[in-house]
Design a protein around this ligand. Structure first.
Ligand code: CIR
Length: 253
């Protein structure tokens, strides 16, 4: 059975880091309702939901994807690029230890956020971003290449994380909103989507993707390619530069 790791939003969510967006009021109660809707989308389709210990002192703790990268069977605990987020890793370490997963670690002076890591088949694209540096990428490469994965570093300057600009459909087609993508030509296949919030999908199964409700034209595009689409409202997280990928860590196996 596939699993997701998630963490409840902090009451301090509205204080989360911002890099490219201006701060807007965040409705924390609405965020909690949206988070429950997001989690239910997985649970309703047979995913087991595992809650990581709350980390209310960390406004961005809900964005669990940034603290661990699943690569094959290995759980790679990260060293997030933003100092305010580094304290989120200890509770994620406890969660992956409880699952009995083999663990690797990105350590200082390397930095890497899980939001910069996009796996497509055996290729692991890693964004060189404001959060992820060369040394973080080097360490990830050393940890995962022995398992037959190939790490490809790609530039990210227009959005916070690689996966804020591109993700992939279940058939491996990389999708992205071109104004936010530094170089679409680095990906084997690239399908432009018509809206910023249409860039991020999570693969629920081979025929189904989960995405933001804020991108109806992209939803039509994916449906037209034969995929079932589950759209959830995540506006309060989008105000903090989050998207559907960053609210969970998927363990598929
Ligand atoms: C941050 O700046 O770290 C948070 N406000 C948003 C993190 C979003 N994470 C992701 O896209 N993987």
């Amino acid at each position: 059975m596939p699993h997701i790791l998630v963490r409840r939003p902090s009451p301090r969510l509205a204080e989360g880091e911002l890099t490219h967006l201006h701060r807007q009021p965040v409705d924390t109660d609405l965020a909690v309702r949206q988070w429950h809707g997001y989690v239910a989308a997985f649970a309703d389709r047979g995913w087991r939901v595992i809650e990581v210990e709350p980390a209310d002192q960390h406004p961005d703790g809900v964005f669990v994807e940034d603290t661990v990268v699943m690569a094959g069977k290995l759980a790679v605990l990260t060293c997030p690029g933003a100092p305010s987020r580094r304290g989120e890793v200890a509770s994620m370490a406890a969660a992956v230890a409880a699952l009995g997963l083999p663990v690797g670690r990105i350590t200082e002076p390397g930095h890497l956020d899980g939001g910069d890591v996009l796996k497509v088949g055996t290729t692991v694209y890693v964004g060189r971003s404001a959060r992820t540096d060369e040394e973080g990428i080097r360490q990830l490469r050393e940890l995962v290449e022995p398992d037959g994965l190939r790490v490809v570093a790609v530039p990210v300057s227009k959005v916070l994380h690689l996966k804020s600009g591109v993700t992939a459909l279940p058939d491996g087609t990389v999708i992205g909103y071109e104004p936010l993508v530094d170089d679409p030509s680095v990906f084997g296949t690239f399908l432009p989507v018509p809206e910023e919030h249409g860039t991020a999908v999570v693969v629920l199964d081979e025929k189904t993707v989960l995405m933001s409700a804020g991108a109806p034209r992209s939803r039509e595009l994916f449906a037209g390619r034969g995929f079932a689409v589950v759209a959830v409202p995540i506006s309060e997280f989008e105000k903090l530069e989050g998207c559907v990928t960053c609210l969970s860590v998927r363990i598929r196996g």
